[in-house]
Design a protein around this ligand. Structure first.
Ligand SMILES: *Cc1c(COP(=O)(O)O)cnc(C)c1O
Length: 467
């Protein structure tokens, strides 16, 4: 019998290529059948996932068999979010060039901690850092850290802000921690995302010390309700309310906070991209004056998962938050990726991000996002015409929909999810049950919207007859 070690060693390169060919064939099948399958895996496909529940294998097996099982059992068990009719959460599709670049990058398997580990990945981070600032209209010196998603980007930006506020008071968090540190006043909007609360908790600034500012009917922080800002306050604003898509008045907030040397961090997971659109200028006015921002390229920009970015006006503040040293580290004179993230080793997500930005260009980004917004408008107006209630102003890609009663809404959503033509999630908005629609894939077409609207109507009919 062979040991796994011998087994790996006996793998000639052409078998590696054969495996990759298998993967491509399976990918071809997957994409080719996407339109005929339920958006959410049906019960048969979900039951089949039990096949994975086997004891840890003792003996090695053929890599091609492993891949075949993944294709046969795993594929049907996926959520078809790369298709055009997935409107759940704010997940975002994956542009083909991003996926293809990802496949190549996966073969390269680069580690992006130090420049010396992957000059390519480090260089592409530097390019993406510069391009992101230009695209969003932020200061040229803005630093970027490439992380898993906005949760970690929020942690990163808030860590920089927290440490900088304390540094100005003569306190070094990296050295002294938070024990005995001066307290930091924290302000968030009532509509702040769960990820913001989580980030603040991780950073030692829990809920009790956080002041929550009321929001308007669209979920926007009401700037005039922010009390007199104490010196060195940390304020978290939002670009893109996770339900309504609405934008906090970030410019106004910045004016008030900066007058008292505070720090404004913007959670812009999917909405920060609006800063690239001249048509949305009104909504994001002054957003470039914030101190740090968090954004997901895997959402609105349709870069494959996972790809979050923290942006920080003060490069040194971000670097100080993540400083680390060891004898074996190798710093170069180039931009060092791990200076800007909590992680050290990480995959080269700058490669897919670069591929998407390079391919779309500024105009392509604008077109992509405007397309998402116009599909959302179309979705909302068709549903409105058919007697559904729309609960938000469609300023971006989010639509909040309800039927006549909460019960009918919930039953309708259950039927929509059951039928599998499209997939949407649930939320509550001003105390009402709503269906939450997020249009965030390049792959969505007008036909997809029409078919989804039909599904909404058919589902409501089922909900009403089941009364
Ligand atoms: C999605 C989202 C987050 C969390 O981002 P992850 O990439 O899932 O970590 C935070 N804030 C807002 C507004 C979001 O939409």
């Amino acid at each position: 019998s062979t040991t796994p070690f011998q087994f790996e060693m006996s793998e000639p390169p052409d078998e590696q290529i054969e495996l990759l060919r298998d993967a491509l064939r399976y990918a071809e099948h997957y994409l080719g059948t996407l339109d005929q399958r339920n958006v959410y895996p049906n019960s048969e496909a979900l039951d089949a996932l039990d096949e994975f529940d086997e004891p840890l294998p003792i003996e090695p097996s053929q890599p091609s068999d492993t891949l075949a099982m993944l294709h046969r059992v795993g594929g049907p068990g996926t959520v078809a979010q790369v298709g055009g009719r997935y409107f759940g959460f704010v997940n975002g599709g994956a542009l083909p060039v991003g996926t293809a670049a990802r496949v190549l990058a996966d073969v390269w398997d680069q580690n992006t901690a130090h420049f010396v580990m992957s000059p390519l990945a480090a260089r592409l981070e530097a390019v993406c850092e510069r391009w992101m600032a230009q695209l969003l209209g932020f200061p040229q010196e803005t630093a970027a850290g490439f992380v898993t998603g906005t949760t970690l980007a929020n942690v990163s930006g808030l860590a920089a802000g927290r440490n900088e506020i304390l540094r100005r008071k003569g306190w070094d968090v990296s050295e002294s921690g938070l024990y005995g540190a001066p307290p930091i006043p924290v302000i968030v909007g009532q509509g702040a995302h769960a990820a913001v609360r989580k980030s603040l908790a991780l950073l030692g600034m829990g809920d009790t010390h956080t002041q929550v500012i009321p929001v308007d009917d669209q979920g926007r922080m009401i700037a005039s309700k922010i009390p007199k800002i104490e010196e060195g306050t940390l304020v978290v604003a939002q670009a893109g309310n996770v339900n309504s898509g609405a934008f906090d008045p970030v410019g106004e907030i910045c004016d008030r906070v900066h007058a008292n040397s505070g720090w404004v961090h913007v959670d812009g997971a999917f909405g920060l991209w609006a800063a690239a659109l001249p048509s949305l200028e009104e909504h994001v006015k002054g957003i470039d004056r914030a101190d740090s921002w968090a954004v997901d390229a895997h959402k609105t920009l349709n870069v494959p998962y996972d790809c979050g970015i923290v942006l920080c006006r003060d490069r040194a503040a971000l670097e100080r938050a993540f400083r680390a040293s060891a004898e074996y580290f190798q710093w170069s004179n180039e931009r060092e990726p791990m200076r800007y993230t909590p992680s050290m080793s990480k995959r080269a997500r700058s490669i897919e991000l670069w591929a998407v930005l390079k391919t779309l260009g500024r105009e392509g980004v604008v077109t992509l996002i405007e397309q998402l917004c116009s599909h959302a408008q179309n979705f909302a107006s068709q549903l409105h015409e058919r007697g559904f209630a729309i609960h938000n102003d469609i300023v971006f890609n989010q639509v909040l929909v309800s039927c006549d009663s909460d019960k009918e809404t919930q039953r309708t959503l259950a039927a929509i999810q059951d039928m599998g033509d499209c997939w949407c999630g649930a939320s509550t908005w001003h105390g009402r049950s709503v269906i939450r629609v997020s249009v965030c894939s390049w792959a969505t077409t007008s036909e997809d919207i029409d078919r989804s609207v039909q599904s909404f109507c058919a589902a409501r009919k089922i909900a009403r007859t089941s009364n």
